[in-house]
Design a protein around this ligand. Sequence first.
Ligand SMILES: Nc1ncnc2c1ncn2[C@@H]1O[C@H](COP(=O)(O)OP(=O)(O)OP(=O)(O)O)[C@@H](O)[C@H]1O
Length: 328
Amino acid sequence: MSEPVTSPVLDVRGLCVEFPGRHGTVAALSDVSLSIRPGEILGVVGESGAGKSMTGLAVQGLLEPPGRISGGEVWLSGRRIDQLSDKDMQSVRGRQIGAIFQDPLTSLNPLFTVGAQLVETIRLHLKLSKQGAKDRAIHLLKEVGIPAPEARFDHYPHQFSGGMRQRVVIALALAAEPKLIIADEPTTALDVSIQAQITSLLRRLCDDHGTSVMLVTHDMGVIAETADRVAVMYAGRLVEIGPVEEVLRNARHPYTRGLMGSIPALGRRVERLNQIDGSMPRLNAIPRGCAFNPRCPEAGRRCREDRPEPTPVGHGVSACWLNAGGVL
Ligand SMILES: Nc1ncnc2c1ncn2[C@@H]1O[C@H](COP(=O)(O)OP(=O)(O)OP(=O)(O)O)[C@@H](O)[C@H]1O
């Protein structure tokens, strides 16, 4: 039986982002295509500088000038959003796309109670009375696991622990019932013991509300525990996408296999992936052929000369000549 076809919540097609600079223009993202279905968590993983955050920012229309989308399309629930005005994009953010960043304090204003911030966000996007918004705020605080939500409503961000603050940020991201949440390293700044609580909260909220999540992380362990599918990025390109179980069992790209070597033992924290020899090239010095070839233990002549395009393999996609068969 074939799988039911559901239209994606997010559909990114051939996205390119460039930064013009004094020494020429660098391509920060090249031809990135990915989609996220309703209720699905797509993990986006790769080493520092791979383009993970940039992908999330471009989708939200939050690229810092002179960075700009130079090609491709972004569709949200069947509506093209990459060409919207700043004003229209502002209403998409919050209402249709919620955001969670690494440091909860970047999303919270220290001068206002969390209740006031929730009520403001709720009323900005939903037509609710003050009391209706307050009720919803308290409900959200409860839903994300804040004990005594009625009392906590009147507390300021500094009165919460790091993990509780991140729960408040998740409540804020959910405030307007967005279709998509972009969570950029949501657990990196937290204690190891708290990390799993936050990822399982995200998972539960996704399941309960049908919200889709783009989960940006450098940690394959977080992906293994939380995501449905994973997109692996290297030097501004996608090198592999597939269902998490399939990728964990049978990664098709040597870079993905390298990242898997860096899944930490339970409870141990890794700051950065460093299991693969060498480092990712600078964007203005991407090697010819496959960008990963100088670090790839399996690279052959073809890999040094021609760039492999993302090609369907199994239930996913991989950009590696190994999957194309023939001589490397
Ligand atoms: N203002 C800018 N001008 C030029 N290049 C930029 C600018 N901002 C980011 N970049 C480049 O874009 C690339 C992608 O960065 P991005 O932040 O998306 O990486 P990342 O995969 O999220 O890594 P990290 O885990 O470190 O956040 C990097 O190589 C970075 O140097």
